[in-house]
Write a protein that binds this ligand. Structure first.
Ligand code: FE2
Ligand code: FE2
Length: 292
């Protein structure tokens, strides 16, 4: 019997802006100025060591190789040109360490404002392979399908979008993407696999108006009654395992790789019909696995 696939899931790195980046005129923006105050007072300190923690993840991968890496987005803070340009090679170098490949989705901090969307599309061209390109309907090419093995498939959805208001970090899955997702989940090469991993930035069980996925309930409706589904997300900065209400579908959040005091990523091993998940914790520049 072959060893179970090893799949590492991380995100919400929120790498600190490189020196000088925030001097950009693009900071004069109704969303970024209040965000800057919050960053200076509170947020920045929590994510200051993101580069070191990402480098330590690369060290972990050298000693604990994985087959696939899933990346659930939020690489930066303000979605600035200079931030995305600096973050892209750092994140892609880590994703390239997986033996077979990587799968990635953008977070709301990656697509912070309209221009961020173009920068992200230009530089974050990794983890974008699609085994079913004819099913994609969004300008960014979502949903995507990646056949991870004969048993495991990963389907990704775009759920983050730019907003003008600082207090609005909500997501939304547009109707055409939702319809495409439904068609993909019905495809025999997806539905017949014992593990269908559905990866997106927002948790599919949180419909909060300003921080959640606004149409989470609509998305959940097409998931009810399906088997073999595992819902994977980021956006929340603490890791967890819970279940989509009214179903036995697991909802797994990778947490934040870099948030001070609660750093985490998850390691999955599909086996026996379940996705065994362990959490990695960070201390003294080293990642160590522990129960979730
Ligand atoms: Fe985040
Ligand atoms: Fe987020």
């Amino acid at each position: 019997m072959s060893a179970p696939l090893r799949i590492l899931h991380f995100g919400d790195v929120h790498l600190p802006p490189p020196p000088g980046t925030m001097a950009s005129p693009a900071m004069i923006h109704p969303k970024r100025l209040p965000a800057l105050l919050n960053f200076a007072a509170r947020r920045g300190g929590n994510y200051r060591d993101g580069v070191e923690k990402l480098n330590a993840l690369a060290g972990f991968l050298r000693t604990h190789p994985v087959d696939w890496i899933l990346y659930s987005g939020d690489s930066v803070n303000f979605g600035l040109h200079g931030e995305l340009l600096a973050a892209a090679p750092r994140i892609s170098a880590v994703l390239a360490m997986a033996r077979r490949g990587a799968v990635a989705v953008p977070g709301n901090h990656d697509l912070y404002t309209g221009p961020s969307v173009q920068d992200f599309a230009r530089w974050f061209a990794f983890g974008n392979e699609n085994d079913c390109p004819e099913a994609a309907v969004t300008p960014g090419g979502f949903p995507r399908v990646r056949l991870l093995s004969e048993e495991v498939v990963c389907v990704t959805m775009a759920s983050a979008l730019p907003h003008w208001a600082f207090w609005d970090s909500s997501g939304y899955v547009p109707a055409p993407e939702l319809e495409a997702l439904q068609r993909i989940l019905d495809m025999p090469e997806v539905a017949n696999r014992p593990y269908v991993l559905l990866l997106t930035h927002y948790p599919l069980d949180e419909a909060g108006f300003f921080h959640g996925l606004r149409n989470a309930n609509e998305v959940a409706q097409i998931l009810h009654g399906r088997k073999n589904l595992f819902l994977l997300n980021g956006h929340n900065h603490l890791p967890y395992l819970r279940f989509l209400p009214g179903t036995n579908l697991p909802v797994l959040c990778a947490g934040s790789l870099s948030k001070k005091g609660c750093e985490s990523f998850l390691l999955y091993e599909p086996f026996g019909g379940t996705l065994n998940a362990r959490r990695a914790r960070y201390a003294n520049a080293v990642w160590t696995l522990s129960p979730l």
